[in-house]
Design a protein around this ligand. Structure first.
Ligand SMILES: Cc1ncc(COP(=O)(O)O)c(C=O)c1O
Length: 411
């Protein structure tokens, strides 16, 4: 433990806090996530005569490279992680029909929104404080005849899977959808998260492990689901499919239609562009190396925090975090207020509630639908009020991390 001594005299305290202040300036949630070499790759691409800018070869190659990196058969590049959520739930609805989707109370809004917008009923589950993901025993308890999928989120780089959940879902034939938007490169039993589910979603928003400015990916091993996702990405158009058999089937079933304009589903346009794919391809080359720095940083952070004040027993095995998770061990509003004040004073950006601001059931869009449901989930409520995340990026000066811990431990 590296806590600041509490018995300093006034003069030493002032000197010490000035030193801390000097060490702890300019700490945003994310920094340098799009580098000079990514911009140079875009410039080189744009210097061609008449380059195709809309979705074309670079998107296709980025999808291929991403699938290889992740260890899945198919990937579909879209314009955001929310779009990945949206077309995944739309395709799940098309494939498995309506009913319930089991979702976390701690996640990003687009996970719940995509469930609601596709006409499903969300069934909520509290968190496991060690993973911040869903409590897997509660997930299994919530499974019913109405369950169409489990839509799990790996929160801020922590793996939310376990053998029990995977075995139960397999035995009951319930598809798993993994939201990996906050956990690129994290693993379970040595295999990358996002390679376990029937489908998985990634985000390449600037604040995440890697960025295409905005962007997202849906991944799957299922060939039919893949074709469906390609169509959902682009107006529901059958010609977006890569399967000749599928295209011919539609052509012969709908002979009065121009084969170029057969719309199978009332879908969306959530395509991205060649420019975003060029950035993604450039970024992917150094993702693993950058993630190693993040893991080193997280260990430094959690090892230096005072475990009497802060919860430090996060499941770190296989984790890969772009943010430090700061959670009080016990509810303590006065301490929390001191923490927020100190972080603001030292220019350290943070987000209270961790992923998505905490308990999604407390949000206005859910209170209208399920007014009292939020009261049933005490564990997520603790993180909602007494948890936050702080930026963890590879360029973060390592000496700042113990300095931050000294500050937090002294409050
Ligand atoms: C878990 C999770 N899912 C989905 C999203 C949506 O991704 P995007 O911001 O790219 O739309 C986010 C965004 O931060 C997220 O954290």
């Amino acid at each position: 433990m590296d806590a600041a001594p509490l018995s300093l005299n006034m003069a030493t305290t002032t000197t010490k806090s000035k030193a801390v202040a000097a060490e702890l300036h300019d700490w945003p949630l994310m920094k340098n996530n799009i580098a000079r070499e990514d911009l140079d790759a875009v410039i080189k691409f744009l210097q061609q005569d008449d380059p195709i800018l809309t979705q074309s070869k670079n998107v296709a190659v980025f999808e291929e490279e991403w699938s290889q990196w992740l260890g899945v058969k198919h990937s579909v590049f879209v314009n955001s992680g929310s779009s990945a959520n949206q077309i995944t739930m739309a395709a799940i609805r098309e494939r498995f029909g309506g009913g319930e989707i089991i979702v976390p109370t701690l996640t990003w809004i687009s996970d719940i929104a995509s469930v609601l917008q596709n006409g499903f009923d969300p069934a909520f589950v509290d968190i496991n404080p060690r993973t911040l993901g869903m409590d897997t025993k509660q997930v299994v308890k919530k499974i019913s005849k109405k369950t169409r999928a489990v839509f799990l989120t790996h929160i801020l780089g922590y793996n939310a899977l376990d053998d029990y959940l995977l075995a139960e879902l397999k035995q009951r034939n319930i598809p798993l959808v993994e939201d990996v938007c906050e956990s690129h490169g994290a693993t379970f039993r040595g295999r990358k998260l996002g390679a376990f589910g029937f489908a998985s979603n990634f985000s390449f928003y600037y604040a995440h492990h890697m960025s295409t400015i905005e962007g997202g990916m849906v991944c799957t091993d299922d060939p039919d689901f893949y074709e469906m996702l390609r169509m959902f990405r682009s107006h529901g158009m059958v010609r977006e499919s890569k399967s000749d058999a599928l295209k011919n089937r539609y052509k012969s079933e709908w002979p009065d239609l121009n084969p170029d304009f057969i719309f199978a589903f009332p879908a969306y346009n959530v395509r991205s562009t060649e420019i975003n794919a060029v950035i993604g391809r450039s970024q992917l080359k150094r993702l693993d190396e950058r993630n190693q720095a993040r893991t080193r940083n997280l260990n430094l952070f959690l090892n230096n925090l005072d475990s009497k004040k802060f919860f430090t027993e996060f499941e770190r095995e296989g984790s890969c975090n772009y943010a430090f998770t700061l959670v009080l061990r016990e509810p303590d509003q006065a301490l929390w207020n001191r923490i927020e004040k100190a972080l603001r004073k030292h220019g350290i950006e943070f987000r209270r509630g961790t992923s998505g601001g905490g308990n999604q059931l407390r949000q206005p869009f859910m209170r209208k639908r399920m007014p009292d449901e939020y009261k049933k989930y005490p564990k997520v409520d603790h993180v909602h009020f007494f948890g936050a995340y702080i930026g963890n990026y590879p360029e973060l000066e390592p000496e700042k991390i113990p300095a931050l811990c000294r500050l937090l431990n002294s409050l």
